[in-house]
Design a protein. Structure first.
Ligand SMILES: [Ca+2]
Length: 381
């Protein structure tokens, strides 16, 4: 019965998406000219992340309830890929990020981050695993977990998480503090951290806290709240992260080895109850790194992409960040690393923007966090 429903949903989605792709793009005004928004696919259930496959094979898209699908270049949705782990799909939990191995053409490895059930006690934590994608793109084989947050503390939110490989092939994972604020400062826990591991899960000897007692050796940096966006800066090779503040104080940080990014000791935000964050000493705190860029009013920042393609010259050396609460795509303009200008795009759509990536064709691709979520292609006319 369930399978029947799934198939019906899948086929309905495929039918919806085909004519939509043929429709003329929406034209929206932007500072850099007419922004063309083409609907590539619809019928994705709370899509969270996408990763482009090589050789024009389309892309992998995660749906938070637990499905991984292939979306073909012309917008057809596959049935769910088999072999994906069971996820804890409650609140902000579920299937989250997807990344291909830097050697994907040789090893076919696909990495997934997701919320994992902690068993008794009803709590969950972030886990990361990998499996080998079959040539027919239908199965993830031999999936195995390479990292898990322990202890598991989340009852519904702040899992993070993004997966980023750097130029040397290390895997960085951004992790939420499971809505348990003080843990972001506890070095014996994996909440509110960026960790750095080898692709097989082993811990590199040169991580900053290796060999210290009572400290998790995976930790690369700490003091993060709920980092749902991260990308490797293509011009510097450094890891950039963004995170949700509480009420106010969303941040962009440039992540450096061993550094403390302040949460919950330093924040520009307050509690949703309008009360101050109990642990906060102010907007800054000694020994912590101030945000590289901060929003006093929270847009609800999430997936992030730097633009380094040739196709649209005005976008070069810009970054784009999805915003859930303000329902926009944020464009950041830089002088070096410094943010010098910001523009809000896609507000006309009134949809929560979950992820943005640069395609191999130089267009931007955007996912909306909706029950009937969409995949849009963005270009300049
Ligand atoms: Ca911070």
């Amino acid at each position: 019965m369930l399978r029947k429903t799934l198939l019906a949903t899948c086929c309905a989605a495929a039918l919806i998406s085909a004519p939509a792709f043929a429709a003329a793009p929406k034209e929206l005004k932007s500072e850099q000219g007419i922004l063309e928004v083409t609907t590539i696919a619809q019928g994705l259930e709370h899509p969270w992340a996408l990763a482009f496959l090589p050789d024009q094979k389309g892309m992998l898209v995660t749906e938070r309830p637990g499905h991984l699908r292939v979306v073909s270049k012309d917008g057809k949705l596959s049935e769910p890929i088999s072999g994906v782990p069971q996820v804890w799909a409650k609140g902000q939990g579920g299937l989250l990020d997807v990344a291909l191995s830097p050697d994907f053409k040789q090893d076919r490895m696909v990495y997934l981050s997701y919320a994992e059930d902690g068993g008794e006690g009803g709590k969950a934590g972030t886990a990361v695993g990998r499996g080998r994608l079959s040539d027919d793109l239908k199965t993830l084989k031999d999936f195995n977990v390479i990292f898990r947050q322990e202890p598991k503390l989340s009852v519904s939110n702040h899992f993070g998480s993004r997966l980023v490989f750097d130029r040397d092939g290390y895997l960085f994972i951004t992790l939420g503090e499971n809505n348990d604020r003080p843990t972001a400062q506890d070095l014996d826990k994996l909440q509110g951290k960026v960790v750095r591991i080898f692709p097989d899960g082993k811990v590199p000897d040169d991580n900053p806290f290796v060999g210290q007692s009572g400290v998790r050796p995976e930790i690369w940096s700490y003091g993060l709240r709920n980092p749902q966006g991260a990308a490797l800066n293509p011009w510097t090779g450094t890891l950039w992260e963004n995170e949700h503040g509480p009420r106010g104080g969303d941040e962009v940080n440039i992540i450096e080895r061993g550094k403390n990014y302040g949460w919950p000791l330093a924040t520009h935000g307050i509690n949703y109850s309008m009360q101050p964050i109990p642990e906060a000493k102010g907007k800054t705190a000694e020994g912590t790194v101030a945000p590289h860029h901060v929003w006093e009013k929270s847009p609800g920042v999430t997936g992030m992409a730097f633009y380094d393609a040739d196709r649209f010259t005005p976008w070069q050396h810009n970054a784009f960040i999805g915003a859930l609460v303000s329902q926009e795509l944020i464009r950041l303009q830089f002088d070096g690393d410094k943010v010098v200008h910001e523009e809000r795009l896609l507000g006309e759509l009134n949809q929560r923007i979950r992820d943005v990536r640069q395609g191999p064709d130089g267009y931007l691709y955007v996912l909306t966090d909706e029950e009937n979520g969409s995949l849009y292609r963005l270009g300049l006319k």
